[in-house]
Design a protein around this ligand. Structure first.
Ligand SMILES: NC(=O)c1ccc[n+]([C@@H]2O[C@H](COP(=O)([O-])OP(=O)(O)OC[C@H]3O[C@@H](n4cnc5c(N)ncnc54)[C@H](OP(=O)(O)O)[C@@H]3O)[C@@H](O)[C@H]2O)c1
Length: 330
């Protein structure tokens, strides 16, 4: 028997967190090639807030009402026709472009990523890396992987080409991306320098960073120089200052904005906006690492589905440790 209605958060107009409204709406039905997922948990990404605020409207226009969220963990409730890669009842996690602040979402079972040189925001928005749930994580924890672990992985290893023995600076190392980046870089055998606020210094050290800089008390340039790689998740002045601490021939990857090509040339460094989109293979590599004990997610706070507005308000502060999660079922 198919489920007819579901609870979901919907946004009817760009604006503040108050635009996130709970509704009882028809449950989506899986089309050919799609999975119907019973969502157990959804990760709250800063991008979800930017989209709701209308900041992404030019690049990723939304038709209203829409269901926010992309990161999820849940169980396959039903299969559309032509699905051969997954089975009903399997627990999976990853990304759904159809909205995940809902009891159900649908996702293409096999949406492969476009080539890095052709990436646009629209293409990035359409991808759906998926993987079977990690054996060692709860649904709430697994909902933190898409947009956090996947971004850290592709930015460090695909865009950044990080190698063992190299020195890397990870900004915002207590955040949803940074906390994974520190652990992945450490696993790779890199020497990790990181920035965080005073409250998070010990936490970031516990993730494997050798040096953690309190960004409010110390200019990071005083401690971090001649780096092989910088991962920037802050942008603006932090991005420009970060370019100065990369050694000649080194790399800066910003997940926020394209760095100045002129400054990069002047400094003799490679500086790029991250461009490699996460695939299911990346997510599966991350999950293997997690299940081997090399990395763990950090949950900042768990909210119920009907508390999505409070969750967004907290996310918008731009501070805190780990990822905010909506616990939806189970
Ligand atoms: N392009 C992409 O593919 C992509 C993917 C994912 C994320 N992003 C972007 O990357 C950014 C970070 O994402 P996130 O998920 O990690 O965010 P998040 O979980 O909200 O974390 C933000 C972190 O930033 C830290 N922070 C704030 N100001 C800082 C500063 N001046 N220096 C160092 N750290 C600072 C905070 O640490 P304290 O609490 O210690 O201050 C907090 O831990 C967001 O803007 C997001 O949209 C881009």
């Amino acid at each position: 028997m198919s489920v007819e209605t579901m609870q979901a958060i919907r946004v009817h107009a760009y604006g503040g967190p108050e635009q996130l409204a709970l509704a009882q709406i028809p449950c989506p039905q899986p089309q050919a090639g799609e999975l119907l997922i019973r969502v157990h948990a959804a990760g709250i990404l800063p991008m979800d807030c930017y989209v709701r605020q209308g900041r992404m409207a030019a690049m990723m226009p939304k038709s209203f009402p829409y269901i926010p969220g992309t990161a999820f963990a849940g169980v396959i409730e039903a299969l559309g026709t032509d699905v051969t890669t997954f089975q009903k009842g399997q627990a999976i996690c990853g990304r759904s472009p159809q909205g995940t602040y809902a009891e159900y979402t649908t996702v293409l079972a096999d949406a492969s990523a476009p080539a890095p040189d052709s990436v646009s925001y629209r293409q990035a928005a359409a991808i759906s890396p998926l993987a079977l749930m990690p054996a060692t994580l709860s649904f709430d924890e697994a909902a933190t992987l898409s947009g956090g672990a996947t971004t850290a992985w592709t930015a460090l290893f695909e865009d950044g080409g990080l190698q063992a023995g190299q020195r890397v600076l990870v900004h915002a190392a207590a955040g949803g991306v940074g906390a994974f980046a520190v652990q992945f870089a450490k696993w790779k055998g890199a020497q990790v320098i990181a920035t965080a606020s005073a409250a998070n210094l010990d936490f970031v050290r516990s993730l494997g960073a050798e040096t953690v800089i309190d960004y409010a008390a110390t200019r990071f340039e005083e401690v971090a120089r001649d780096l092989d790689l910088v991962l920037d998740t802050i942008g603006g002045a932090t991005l420009r200052r970060s370019m100065q601490v990369v050694k000649r021939g080194g790399t800066l990857v910003s997940v926020l904005e394209p760095p100045s090509a002129a400054l990069a040339q002047e400094l003799g460094i490679r500086a790029i906006k991250n461009a490699v989109l996460p695939t299911s293979a990346h997510l599966q590599s991350i999950i293997r690492l997690i299940d081997m004990g090399h990395a763990r997610p950090t949950i900042r706070r768990i909210f119920a589905l009907d508390q999505a507005a409070q969750a967004h308000a907290l996310c918008e502060t731009g501070h805190g440790r780990g990822r905010i999660v909506l616990h939806i079922a189970g």
